[in-house]
Design a protein around this ligand. Structure first.
Ligand code: HAH
Length: 375
């Protein structure tokens, strides 16, 4: 062949070179644009086709760099403490609406979903609700009346704004030989009060999704007792729409099998499943370590870090697999810095349970959570 890039036809070679150059720059530009878009992406965007990604918040989370991180990564929030009975209704005739109101208006301003937490619980509940003005225990009817008025006030105030409520929290006993936890609620009013809480909440906001929420709910033994309670409520026609699985987990559990079996078991009742309080503690065997001092297990060693990465990768791949049933996943706080696990079960013992470190930077586990291809 006789190629002749000669003086008679210099234009073709020039045009070719120019179009290659143009193509090169175009691709470069597209690549940079894609990278810039990726940089803007947060957990909520990667999980857009799956479920909302939530986080527990307090006053601090609504300002400064915490608010910035929150808005980049999450599209749902839960008040960590502000809506619990103790903080929001400390005295019979006194409600503290300020912080809860701020959280709700922040969410509205930024188009975030809100999960409400919680209406009937044995902790962070003021003593006055169980006593008369002289400090003597009240009876069942009076307790029901007070619970109703509390639920009407709180659920009513945020009607149409809070789309899901943890109505009852942690009613199942820790002891496997018992069924319900012996709280003052149950002591005074019996099991019926649980159903009543759902009925009051439903009456106060008929559109809200109502949840029963508990911990260790993936553990096969406790799972069956929770299932028993849920089935009773569902069979009795109580307005309950979902189960909240707290997901306070650790680097040593649960297993994929336990998690899948729990999801299938609860889903068989036709309930929504929300993972409501996700964190993965780096201290395994929490209960045995109760006496461990703050100085111990301080380090986030590469070994522990890798175990946490693996655990996060596993649980999120199960979440994605079961997206048909799972309609929300919420982390219990934004970053390792202010996680409740820095003070529970051992006061002052550091923990590293979340996807953002103490400087609010993404940890390695983050990249596994958003990496769908490898799994
Ligand atoms: C959860 N309990 C509560 O639902 C939440 O409201 C709180 O902020 C943190 C954890 C978990 C729990 C507990 O309170 C006591 C023993 C075991 C687990």
């Amino acid at each position: 062949m006789n190629f002749k890039l000669s003086e008679n036809n210099p234009g073709i070679g020039y045009a070719n070179r120019m179009s290659y150059l143009l193509l090169f720059f175009l691709l470069l530009l597209l690549g940079r644009q894609a990278a810039a878009q990726d940089e803007k992406k947060g957990l909520k965007d990667y999980y857009k086709e799956f479920f909302p990604i939530g986080v527990a918040v307090n006053a601090r989370s609504l300002e400064g760099n915490e608010a910035e991180l929150l808005l980049k990564e999450f599209n749902s929030i839960t008040a960590e403490n502000a809506m619990k009975m103790g903080p929001i209704h400390p005295k019979k005739d006194e409600y503290n609406w300020a912080l809860a109101d701020r959280i709700v208006s922040f969410a509205q301003r930024h188009h975030l979903k809100i999960r409400g937490h919680t209406l009937l619980w044995h902790k962070q509940t003021p003593d006055w609700i169980f006593e008369d003005d002289e400090g003597r225990p009240i009876g069942k009817q009076e307790l029901l009346r007070r619970l109703k008025s509390h639920i009407f006030a709180v659920v009513g105030r945020y009607k149409g704004e809070i789309y899901a409520w943890d109505v009852v929290n942690e009613a199942i006993a820790d002891d496997p030989n018992e069924f319900l936890r012996q709280s003052k609620w149950i002591e005074i009013a019996g099991e019926e009060i649980l159903a009543k809480a759902f009925e009051y909440a439903h009456e106060a906001d008929p559109d809200a999704l109502l949840f029963y929420n508990d911990y260790n709910s993936v553990h096969p033994e406790k799972r069956e007792r929770i299932y028993r309670l849920l089935k009773k409520l569902v069979d009795a026609g109580v307005p309950i729409h979902g189960v909240g699985l707290q997901a306070h987990w650790s680097i040593s559990g649960p297993s994929v099998l336990e998690l899948e079996q729990a999801i299938e078991r609860y889903a068989s009742l036709g309930l929504h499943i929300h993972f409501t309080e996700l964190d993965i503690s780096v201290h395994s065997g929490e209960r045995r370590n109760k006496r461990e001092g703050p100085a111990e297990a301080e380090a986030f060693t590469p070994f522990v870090e890798q175990k946490q990465i693996d655990q996060y990768e596993k649980v999120f791949s199960v979440f994605r697999k079961y997206k048909k049933y799972i309609t929300s996943v919420t982390f219990w706080n934004l970053s390792d810095r202010y996680s409740w696990l820095n003070n529970y079960p051992v006061r002052g013992r550091k923990n590293y349970p979340l996807l953002f470190d103490r400087e609010l930077k993404r940890k390695k586990a983050y990249w596994k959570v958003i990496d769908f291809a490898e799994q």
